[in-house]
Design a protein around this ligand. Structure first.
Ligand code: ME8
Length: 516
């Protein structure tokens, strides 16, 4: 047997200056679905998430609270771990940039860049934005109220004059363009790829990669007073978590990453700087970077000052973990911006979950319970309509593979829901409850085809709604060892006793007046 093909997926590592909210839950849930899908598909998966703990922004937030940056980071990093637990996230590792394994790797990569002549000492004069932890060119700035200068994201900028180390980014312009050209799938979606290419074509300047005006960072080796620029520090997490500088072991198995899931706000760092740093150090760039879009809340930008970021516990407490996960990935094409509204979530829960998969499962399971003594019925000869339904169910997995390879979660879910609709039609057309006396063999065949369809649906829903899909598989008496995608090919065994049916996807009923 050949060894399972590795798959490495990452989320951004989150700044600890903010409490986790829906915007952070989003890439984490998406990456979790990719990881779970690939595990079920027989791949050897490494799924990494974590927290970004250095830099001026974090140092200032800690100072404002009167705690040390490390104490502050410990607290908030724990809140992100709790978010992962609440959202049923199956990460294999959790990296914090203040860990020793990370520090060592950052310094090793720095030394390698320096050894290769990719870093030189210079003087930075220009604009820096602490909120974005980014350097901006004068030409990128926009005018704020009272003529103040703001970064392109609308955040305040500060004038900076410091002795800094610089990375020779300008030397990598042509090689980056050649890399995008040779790897058309490396930056997605297409609109982001175009944006990145035109940014690089417009000319790259060398990038300041150390800071001297504060100390909360990884010390630059052999150059006291300098700390590594927080973005260089942060990006390296993707390889320090694999054991870099040791290039054997996990690094050799899992690098290059299969997908870095990131927000569109940080595409430049991941699709320009990161591949340039790696190539400059003689390492391979990632295989793919996918930038998702931006959520607003009830039509408003999510922001600390508006205090409207929905914390994970509110999300899960109100809707349940699986409905929340489902909504996030079904509502928008991954890559697009969209609005999170209570009404939209309730609409999805009631129409897609309760009336869709929930209703179908309940109808089939109750019919089997009542009419087949609660055991999976043995089919007689399948009709053309039964065969058509089963063919649709069997055709799902290859379709899902294609959609998931492109991070098109909404298309994967749409495909699953088309089969749910077909199964609903089948049950209505065949009216198995009427066949009980007129043609019991036909009734058993119809119910078998429906139960087998349900098994396909439940197995394929596992990455999206792991808890609910597991309960559905329990109700179909599918043992935990038979829930991999490879098991789709082995049909449900007739004669197996099913537990009493119990609803899995309840309707959302308003219980308070907080709803909009
Ligand atoms: O940028 N809608 O961390 P971060 C959608 N530490 N996604 C959102 C969102 C929203 N309203 N708000 C936040 C950083 N996000 C760096 C990353 S990686 C080496 C370092 C998501 O905590 C979005 O994916 O500010 C964004 O990229 C991510 O949260 C991280 O935000």
């Amino acid at each position: 047997m050949s060894a399972a093909q590795p798959f490495f997926v990452t989320t951004p590592i989150y700044y600890v200056n903010d409490q986790p909210h829906l915007g952070h839950a989003y890439p984490t849930v998406a990456a979790d679905v990719l990881a779970r899908f690939m595990r079920l598909d027989g791949r050897r998966v490494r799924f990494l998430t974590g927290t970004d703990e250095h830099g001026q922004k974090v140092a200032r937030s800690a100072e404002a609270l009167g705690v040390t940056p490390q104490q502050f980071a410990d607290q908030v990093s724990a809140a992100f771990r709790e978010m992962d637990r609440l959202l049923d996230i199956s990460n294999d590792d959790y990296i914090r940039t203040t860990e020793e394994r990370h520090l060592r790797g950052v310094q090793a990569l720095w030394r390698e860049l320096e050894r290769r002549g990719e870093i030189y000492l210079g003087r930075f004069t220009g604009w820096y934005c602490v909120r974005d932890e980014a350097f901006y060119d004068e030409s990128e700035l926009i005018a704020g109220p009272n003529g103040a200068k703001l970064g392109p994201t609308g955040a305040e900028v500060e004038w900076l004059e410091e002795e800094n180390y610089f990375f020779r980014l300008s030397a990598w312009q042509e090689r980056l363009l050649a890399w995008y050209e040779a790897n058309p799938e490396a930056v997605a979606p297409r609109s982001r790829r175009n944006e990145v290419i035109s940014f690089v074509r417009s000319g790259l300047k060398d990038l300041s990669v150390s800071r001297t005006s504060f100390s909360w960072g990884v010390p630059v080796p052999e150059h006291p007073g300098h700390v590594v620029y927080v973005w260089l520090d942060a990006l390296i997490n993707y390889i320090t978590a694999l054991g870099y500088p040791d290039q054997r072991g996990d690094y050799s198995t899992f690098w290059p990453a299969d997908v870095h899931v990131v927000g569109k706000d940080i595409i430049r760092f991941h699709a320009v700087y990161w591949p340039a740093f790696l190539m400059a150090a003689g390492l391979e760039p990632p295989r793919r970077i996918f930038a998702h879009g931006w959520w607003t809340i009830e039509g408003q930008k999510m922001s600390k000052s508006l205090g409207n970021g929905i914390p994970p516990e509110a999300l899960v407490g109100r809707y349940g973990v699986d409905p929340a996960r489902y909504f996030l990935l079904r509502e928008l094409p991954f890559g697009n911006d969209g609005d999170f509204s209570h009404r939209a979530v309730v609409g999805r829960i009631n129409s897609d979950l309760a009336n869709g998969i929930g209703n179908l499962a309940q109808r089939v399971l109750v019919l089997i319970q009542r009419n087949c003594d609660g055991v999976v019925p043995a089919p007689d000869v399948l009709s053309a309509a039964d065969e058509a339904l089963l063919a649709a169910a069997r055709g799902l997995q290859p379709q899902l593979r294609e959609h998931i390879a492109e991070q098109a979660f909404h298309l994967a879910l749409e495909a699953i829901w088309r089969v749910i609709a077909e199964a609903d039609r089948h049950i209505n057309d065949e009216a198995p409850w009427e066949l009980r006396t007129s043609d019991p063999a036909r009734m058993r065949t119809v119910l078998y085809a429906l139960a087998e369809t349900l098994r396909h649906l439940a197995i394929l829903l596992q990455p999206f709604m792991p808890g609910s899909a597991a309960r559905l598989l329990d109700q179909l008496a599918v043992p935990p060892a038979a829930r991999q995608f490879a098991d789709l090919a082995t049909p449900l065994a007739p004669g197996r006793r099913l537990p009493p049916p119990a609803g899995i996807f309840p309707r959302y009923v308003e219980t308070d007046t907080a709803a909009s």
